[in-house]
Design a binder for this molecule. Structure first.
Ligand code: ACO
Length: 401
């Protein structure tokens, strides 16, 4: 028998697969996804059950360490995260350098990378203890700096983690607590955020996760790898879609709510417009996360007593698109981002922060995938190519060109 590397060496054969539509880059024990059947499981547990019964830290532990934690493991994890929630004061001078109008995702990517400078020991853990410390540090500091991107954009003083509160509660505290008075954290909001973060927590080898793994494969370290993941997530074809969906729904609303017009526009091949929040590389039947989020949007808006015309527009748009031959024949269904923005909006989260919300949710998945890659001692990621440029030519001096 001859293995694939030997075959390649003998024949020079290279498979071309733009967008890696059909190429596996690794073996993984973290997330199971069946795009035809619309199944998503973390470490064997169904996403529906986790979203219903677990909280975000429990799911983070499950993804990163492989098993659901016992109560004492969970308490220890939470306590260990708290040890690292202080972010170096000098990081503030970096934030000060950004204009207030900077997109929070750009600021987040830079700050995550900058964490490397202040935590050099966590960059490249060499044993289990250092690995655990790096995991806890990242969970702690990323949440704080993610909220600082919002505080910066608002011109508010930066907040510190409150060790008497839970992880998701702290997100609300860090974002909204002001020196002018105490901020009451609504349990309905915490519950909705737990669910949203869980639904975003991992999705096997998507664009940002593959980026985290490939950057990490050069042993660039955890913060640098996560920072690259944030940049990959930012794009509107990936995590940036949640912001784009809401902007699209707002535009439809402003223009009289004519959803048919936008469906037509999305089908027009001469028009670059796409129905944001529709379609998925892997789900060709339905996105199970979208089903849960659609119901959560109804529940959360109901519980908070909010009537949002954008939710009605989204539902109308979904109905029209799902009955349309263009969308049907291409298996285009609402994805996770289609309804999430409506919930974020109901929770008072500004549109520009939507992709940051996705990043906070995706963090444990990125960490788990990076850790798996390092523990398995995977080789450096290095795709090949087929060269189609010019053959050898003679150099022409500048005066003769
Ligand atoms: N609106 C209109 N047409 C679409 C859409 C859409 N949202 N999505 C795909 N199509 C069409 C394409 O034009 C193409 O048509 P063609 O066969 O006539 O050329 C066909 O459907 C297949 O689309 P591809 O772009 O080849 O599919 P791919 O798997 O590469 O892309 C993607 C998937 C990027 C998600 C795409 O569906 C898209 O751009 N959707 C909108 C952005 C979005 O919602 N992104 C979030 C994805 S989920 C996530 O990252 C969390």
């Amino acid at each position: 028998a001859i293995d694939i590397d030997q075959l390649r060496a003998l024949t020079g054969a290279i498979t071309i697969d733009p967008g890696y539509k059909n190429s596996g880059s690794c073996k993984s024990e973290i997330t199971f996804l069946d795009g035809e059947e619309g199944i998503l499981r973390y470490r064997g547990y169904s996403i529906e059950e986790l979203a219903e019964k677990a909280d975000f830290l429990e799911v983070s532990y499950l993804l990163i360490f492989g098993e659901l934690p016992t109560q004492s493991q969970l308490d220890k994890f939470e306590k260990d995260i708290r040890k690292y929630t202080l972010v170096n004061e000098e990081m503030k001078s970096i934030i000060d350098g950004f204009p207030k109008t900077a997109h929070p995702m750009g600021v987040l990517a830079s700050l995550t990378s900058a964490l490397t400078a202040f935590n050099p020991k966590s960059v490249n853990p060499h044993n289990e203890k250092e690995m655990y410390e790096a995991v806890c540090k990242t969970m702690a500091k990323f949440l704080v700096i993610a909220t600082w991107t919002y505080r910066k954009s608002m011109g508010y003083p930066l907040n510190y983690y409150d060790n008497t509160k839970g992880y998701v509660q702290n997100f609300m505290h860090l974002m909204y607590e002001l020196p002018t008075g105490p901020y009451k954290i609504d349990p309905i909001v915490v519950n909705a955020l737990d669910k949203l973060f869980i639904l975003h927590a991992d999705h096997e080898q998507n664009c940002s996760t593959s980026t985290v793994r490939i950057v990490g494969s050069s042993h660039a370290g955890l913060f640098a790898s996560i920072s690259a993941g944030v940049s990959a997530l930012w794009g509107p074809l990936h995590g940036g879609a949640n912001q784009a969906v809401l902007e699209m729904l707002e535009e439809i609303h402003k223009n009289g709510g004519d959803v048919d017009k936008y469906v037509l526009k999305a089908k027009d091949k001469d028009d670059p417009f796409r129905l944001m929040g529709f379609g998925h590389r892997v789900y060709k039947n339905f996105d199970p996360r979208a089903k849960i989020i659609k119901k959560a949007a109804d529940d959360v808006l109901g519980a908070l007593g909010i009537e949002d015309p954008l939710l009605d527009i989204a539902k109308k748009l979904e109905k029209v698109a799902l009955e349309d031959d263009y969308f049907k024949s291409r298996n285009l269904y609402p994805n996770v981002d289609f309804y999430s923005g409506i919930i974020y909006r109901a929770l008072g989260i500004p549109t520009e922060m939507f992709t940051v919300m996705f990043a906070i949710g995706r963090l444990p998945g990125w960490i788990a995938q990076w850790k798996e890659m390092r523990v398995n001692k995977e080789p450096i990621g290095r795709p090949r190519q087929v060269y189609v440029g010019s053959p050898l030519r003679d150099f022409v001096p500048v005066e003769k060109r």
